[in-house]
Design a binder for this molecule. Structure first.
Ligand code: OGA
Ligand code: MN
Length: 295
């Protein structure tokens, strides 16, 4: 087997999603293999691996090639965790593996992933890579879409680019959930979701490429009136998520998709909520706040 990384259908789809073949990621990688995948991530931003029957253990082991794992938040179901502390539970299942009811609070909170976002932008040190493994999928729907934020920056009108330079946003899950009308937070959650500051324009630490750092979690721009900031961020998001910058991933069981949260946004797409969709995510932590990155 030879490791190969190729653009997914570069003719009709954006160039930033690649497919990796010639590797079994359920077993330990050599240092060269890990380095080649990391190079592929830098080049593309989204990589797809097919037919990888990962367990939570092998998924964690593969993910650790790229850095430390984030602790999963929001996993608790009635005080119990369905998966381990390093696996974000991206499923519609309760602790007994039953599909969550329509009104279930956890389900309603998780509908926030339908909005464009970058994982953990609401944490002081946001995520580097996310790795999402499809264990059970519905018959139809439930795609995940990705937008290339480097292309968004490169094609932004120069005057808008100048306006973005140096701006700092505040990100919080309170802002993204407010957008879908989910507002019943406990005082403890409000404290936990206190806004954090992130630069609006990032420079990728390994490629030097610049990108817009947007997410539905971004709710204010420091020094701006809130309505003006929201309108501005909405316009930027519209620009960044034009279809020509978007790759839509149609899942098969045992796909693993890896994305670079520093260079892309993503969102989930709807599916029949009575069917099971069980996805397990590991998240490689970033190493610093965007405030500490080179501007
Ligand atoms: C995620 C996420 C989208 C999906 O795992 O971070 O946003 O389609 N998932 O489940
Ligand atoms: Mn996400």
């Amino acid at each position: 087997m030879t490791l190969s990384i190729k653009a997914i259908d570069p003719v009709s789809r954006p160039f930033f999603a690649g497919v990796v073949s010639g590797i079994d990621i359920t077993r330990p990688l050599t240092a060269d293999e890990a380095a080649e995948i990391e190079r592929g991530m830098d080049e593309f931003g989204v990589l797809v691996f097919h037919d990888q029957a990962l367990t939570d253990e092998t998924q964690m082991a593969f993910s650790r090639n790229f850095g430390e794992l984030e602790l999963a938040t929001n996993n608790l179901r009635d005080g119990r965790d369905r998966l381990g502390k390093h696996i974000a539970d991206i499923s519609n299942l309760d602790i007994d593996n039953n599909v969550l009811g329509r009104e279930n609070r956890r389900r309603l909170f998780s509908l926030g992933t339908r909005l464009w976002h970058s994982d953990s932008s609401f944490k002081v040190v946001p995520a580097k890579f996310s790795l999402l493994s499809a264990r059970i999928i519905p018959d139809a729907g439930g795609n995940t879409e990705f937008a290339d934020m480097r292309a968004a920056w490169d094609t932004l009108d120069p005057e808008l680019r100048a306006e973005c330079e140096g701006l700092v946003c505040e990100h919080s899950q309170l802002f993204s959930r407010a957008l879908i009308g989910f507002g019943e937070f406990t005082d403890e959650e409000r404290k936990q979701f206190a806004p954090v500051q992130q630069r609006l324009v990032r420079t990728h630490p390994s490629t030097g490429r610049r990108s817009l750092y947007l997410a539905s979690h971004a709710g204010t721009i420091l020094g701006w009136p809130v309505p003006e900031a929201r309108a501005f961020l909405r316009d930027l998001t519209e620009h960044a998520t034009q279809r020509k910058f978007v790759y839509s991933h149609k899942w098969s069981v045992n796909d693993l998709v890896v994305w670079d949260n520093r260079a892309t946004m993503h969102r989930s797409r709807p599916f029949d909520a009575t069917q099971v969709r069980d996805m397990h995510r590991t998240t490689v932590a970033g190493v610093r706040s965007t405030m500490a990155e080179a501007a």
